[in-house]
Write a protein that binds this ligand. Structure first.
Ligand code: PEP
Ligand code: MN
Length: 360
C-alpha cells in the first residue's frame, strides 16, 4: 500500500472543520435506546452513529449483542437524524447483513484484526466496496498485524480506509484498560501520514475520568477523529458501562478540547512542532515508567541481598552492564559519555533503593 492523499478522500469529503466524531453506545440494546441516543447526539459534533450489534466479549456470559435486528434500528436512526451509521463486522455473514442494511461504515474489531484468516474472509466479502472500512488495532501491540489487515483490505480494492487506535491489552494492570502505547500509532502515522487515524479513548481508558485527557493527547498527536462510546444512562449500559459518557458530556468535551487548525505556514509550523513535542512527552512518560519499574526490581534484589547478607555493590556485574549499554547506545547514535552519565545516575538510584531496604 502506498501513502497517498487518496486514502483520506472520504474524510475530506465530510468537509468538517473539526476532527471527525463517531459516537454512540457500545451496544445497541433496544430500538428506543438507540433512537434516543441518536437524537441526543444530533445536537453534538457527531457525524457518525456507532453501535455494536454483534459483541465479541472476551469471556462468554456477557451481553453478546442483539444481532441483525439492531441493523434496522441503525437505519431508522439514520433516517430520523441524518447521522451516518457504523457497526462492527467480525465475519462474512455480518458483512452481508451490514451491506444489505446499507450501513455506512464497517469496522473490524480488535479481536478480529489479530486473525489474518478472518480479516481475509472479511476483505473477500467486501471486495471493491465503496463503504468506509475502519480497522481497529489488534489486541496485542503488533504493528505488522495491524498493517497486514489494512493491506488485505487495500488489496481487495477497498480504498475508503482508516484505522482506529483502541490501545493494547497487557497482563499487568495499569491505569488504562488497554495501554495506549502511543509510539505504535505514531509509527503508523509516520509511514502512512494520509491514512485517517481515529482514537477510541473509551476502550483505552475503560473508565470515564481519563477519557478527556486521552482525547487531548490524540488531537495533539494530529489524530483525525475520535470514536467515543456514548449512552444516555451509562451506568446501566448492557456492556462497557464504566467507560461510556452521556451525549451531554461529549458535547462539553468537544468544546473544551483544544484543536489545532492548519491555516497558514506559521500554523503548519506550530502544528508540526506541537506534534513532535507531544511525541517527546509520550516517550518521557515511558522513560519515567520504565525507570520506576527498574527500581522496583532493584528493591527485590535488595531484599534478596538482605536475606543472604551480601554486599550491595557488585563491581563485576556493574561493569558488564555498562559495557553492554555503551555498545547498544552506540548503535543508536548515543555517545559513550551520555550513556555513562545516565547509567551512573541510574546505578546510584538503585544503590540508594537497596540501601534503604537493607537498613530497614
Ligand atoms: C467496541 O468498539 O465496542 C469494541 C468491542 O471494541 P474493541 O474491538 O476495540 O474491543
Ligand atoms: Mn465497547
Amino acid at each position: 500500500m502506498e501513502n497517498s492523499k487518496e486514502l483520506r478522500t472520504w474524510l475530506d469529503n465530510f468537509g468538517l472543520d473539526h476532527p471527525l466524531v463517531i459516537a454512540g453506545p457500545c451496544s445497541a440494546e433496544t430500538e428506543d435506546q438507540l433512537l434516543k441516543i441518536a437524537h441526543e447526539l444530533k445536537e453534538t459534533d457527531t457525524t457518525v452513529l456507532r453501535a455494536g450489534i454483534w459483541k465479541p466479549r472476551t469471556r462468554p456470559g456477557n451481553f453478546e449483542g442483539v444481532g441483525a435486528l439492531g441493523l434496522k434500528w441503525l437505519q431508522k436512526a439514520k433516517a430520523e437524524t441524518g447521522l451516518l451509521t457504523a457497526t462492527e463486522v467480525a465475519n462474512k455473514d455480518h458483512v452481508k447483513l451490514a451491506l444489505e442494511h446499507d450501513i455506512d461504515i464497517l469496522w473490524i474489531g480488535a479481536r478480529t484484526t489479530v486473525s489474518p484468516f478472518i480479516v481475509q474472509e472479511i476483505a473477500d466479502a467486501l471486495e471493491g466496496t465503496d463503504k468506509i472500512v475502519l480497522v481497529k488495532n489488534p489486541v496485542n501491540p503488533d504493528l505488522a498485524l495491524w498493517l497486514g489487515a489494512i493491506e488485505r483490505l487495500y488489496t481487495a480494492n477497498i480504498k475508503n480506509l482508516g484505522v482506529i487506535h483502541r490501545g493494547f491489552s497487557t497482563y499487568e494492570k495499569t491505569r488504562y484498560r488497554n495501554n495506549p502505547n502511543w509510539q505504535i500509532p505514531i509509527e503508523l502515522q509516520n509511514r502512512f501520514p494520509d491514512l485517517p487515524l481515529i482514537c477510541d479513548p473509551s476502550h483505552i481508558a475503560g473508565r470515564r475520568d481519563i477519557i478527556f485527557d486521552i482525547c487531548q493527547t490524540a488531537l495533539d498527536l494530529n489524530f483525525d477523529g475520535l470514536m467515543i462510546e456514548t449512552h444516555y444512562d451509562p451506568d446501566n449500559a448492557w456492556s462497557d458501562a464504566k467507560q461510556q459518557i452521556t451525549p451531554e458530556t461529549l458535547k462539553r468535551m468537544t468544546v473544551d478540547l483544544k484543536i489545532r487548525k492548519e491555516t497558514d505556514t506559521e500554523a503548519d509550523y506550530q502544528n508540526a512542532l506541537a506534534t513532535l513535542r507531544t511525541q517527546i512527552d509520550v516517550i518521557d512518560h515511558q522513560l519515567i515508567e520504565t525507570l520506576g519499574k527498574r527500581m522496583q526490581i532493584a528493591d527485590k534484589i535488595g531484599e534478596l541481598k538482605k536475606e543472604k547478607n551480601v554486599a550491595i555493590l557488585q563491581t563485576k556485574r556493574w561493569n558488564e552492564i555498562l559495557g553492554k549499554m555503551i555498545l547498544e547506545g552506540d548503535e543508536r547514535g548515543l555517545s559513550e559519555e551520555f550513556v555513562l552519565r545516565i547509567f551512573k545516575a541510574i546505578h546510584q538510584e538503585s544503590i540508594n533503593h537497596q540501601e534503604k531496604i537493607i537498613k530497614s
